[in-house]
Design a protein around this ligand. Structure first.
Ligand SMILES: Nc1ncnc2c1ncn2[C@@H]1O[C@H](COP(=O)(O)OP(=O)(O)OP(=O)(O)O)[C@@H](O)[C@H]1O
Ligand SMILES: [Mg+2]
Length: 429
């Protein structure tokens, strides 16, 4: 197989002059050419999916070449087979499935020899091998050129008419120019995809390491707690055993909290919704954190308006979202040796179709430059004591409910997070 486009020669059936030697190009062809090239070049910055870009290129090329069919074949990773990657005019059901070995059929021949082929009627050419079920049998005139990125062959592109026809040298030149543009677009798409992949790998590598450290930390605490329980029991020292048991319970909570957050972050929006009474949810949660609050010298002040209608949500997800805020507040006050946590739930006086949940602490506060980053996944200032998943999950859950999250913070004085949550429509008063 030739890998050098410089060696590619043009193989045409008899009369057509070699590409690039036409004395004059008809004005309408020139216009079509410019339009097609502009359109294809515009794909460089496109955010469309790979397959959509290729399909649009096929449509644009078919129109510019005045052809009924245009297809792109791409070399597989092992470089032995060409796969039909996109088409305009052939049966879309064969896209992604139909393959030709390099050397097989006309695209295979073009890929092997690195040469353009122009035929007035492909049906009479022994190299032609139609893809079953593709509708190729209806085509006659055939133009196929190799696609190169730099010196690397990446596939072949075809333009075909359903009539017998000799492509002119101007048309062949236009097709070659289009193929060069397509290769440039493909290169950009490939670079962009590689970049995204690299970013994903970097992000997941980092997150795995952060999470592993966090889990290792908790497991160390489990080991310590178990040691206290064991030694307490063997010495008949129940206080020591109790102390160990508390450590075990806390570690268990931490792991459950992490797993819940990871699940909530990675899952699709939860369709299991029901009317959720925030009064009940908050009272359950404040009961659950009471012991931790006492231990951390935090006073909890609930201020819950009784008549606020329910929200329409998944109970566990909302619980998780609010628990993240309460846990952060406790951590922030712990750093100051204690404080007051105010939890308020009230109907929004300005927008009565929603209610506001405020979680206000008197903790260390968040400096303005840190405030910008706190909703970013894996951002944490807590070293091995935090994973940075909490607020990203809370934001995701709240936004899935059609709500919003905001904060106000004064370093050294404390932080207030406010969730605006839409109320269940059937219960709006
Ligand atoms: N109430 C708060 N007071 C002060 N800082 C806060 C508060 N809430 C969040 N933060 C800051 O935002 C960062 C991100 O919070 P987030 O809950 O996402 O992660 P985390 O608490 O560090 O870890 P985890 O995933 O275990 O919750 C925290 O590390 C902290 O710096
Ligand atoms: Mg947190």
């Amino acid at each position: 197989m030739s890998d050098n486009p410089a060696q590619s020669t043009q193989e045409t059936t008899d009369k057509a002059a070699p590409a690039g030697k036409a004395a004059s190009v008809p004005a309408d062809l020139r216009e079509r050419e410019l339009k097609a090239i502009l359109h294809i070049s515009n794909m460089v910055g496109s955010v469309l999916r790979h397959e959509d870009i290729l399909r649009i290129i096929c449509e644009t090329t078919a129109e510019a070449m005045d052809c009924q069919v245009c297809s792109i074949y791409l070399l597989d990773d092992d470089r032995r087979e060409l796969r039909l990657a996109a088409t305009h005019g052939l049966n879309p059901a064969v896209v992604g499935k139909a393959t030709l070995a390099v050397g097989q059929g006309l695209p295979g021949w073009v890929a092997e020899h690195g040469q353009i082929v122009s035929l007035a009627n492909a049906m009479t050419d022994p190299r032609f091998k139609p893809i079953p079920g593709s509708g190729e049998e209806a085509c006659r005139a055939y133009l196929c050129a190799p696609l190169y990125i730099q010196y690397e062959l990446i596939g072949a592109m075809t333009a075909r008419k359903t009539i017998e026809y000799e492509f002119t040298s101007s048309e062949i030149t236009l097709f070659e120019t289009i193929c060069k543009q397509v290769a440039i677009v493909m290169e950009k798409v490939r670079l962009y995809e590689d970049k995204i992949e690299a970013e994903k790998m970097a992000a997941s590598g980092w997150s795995l390491s952060e999470i592993s450290h966090y889990i290792k930390n908790v497991l160390q605490a489990v080991q310590g707690g178990s040691y206290f329980v064991d030694s307490g029991l063997s010495r008949n020292d129940l206080d020591r055993a109790r102390q160990g048991w508390q450590i075990l319970k806390r570690s268990n909570r931490k792991i459950a909290y992490l797993v819940e957050n990871m699940l909530n972050y990675s899952r699709a929006p939860n369709p299991m919704r029901e009317a959720v009474s925030m009064q009940e949810l908050l009272s359950e949660m404040l009961g659950a954190v009471e012991e931790t609050a006492q231990r951390r010298n935090v006073r909890i002040e609930p201020d819950i308006e009784p008549g606020v209608p329910p929200i329409y949500a998944d109970y566990d997800s909302v619980y998780n979202a609010v628990l993240n805020l309460v846990t952060n507040a406790m951590d922030a006050m712990d750093e100051k040796g204690g404080g007051t946590l105010r939890v308020q739930w009230r109907r929004d006086a300005i927008s009565p179709s929603q209610a506001l949940l405020t979680i206000a602490d008197t903790g260390v506060g968040i400096p303005p430059d840190v405030q910008k980053k706190i909703f970013t996944l894996f951002f944490s200032t807590k070293g091995r004591n935090g994973t940075g998943i909490g607020l990203a999950v809370t934001k995701k859950i709240v936004e899935e409910l059609g709500g919003s999250i905001s904060l106000q913070s004064t370093p050294g004085e404390g932080t207030t997070f406010t969730l605006a949550l839409p109320l269940h429509r059937s219960s709006e008063g």
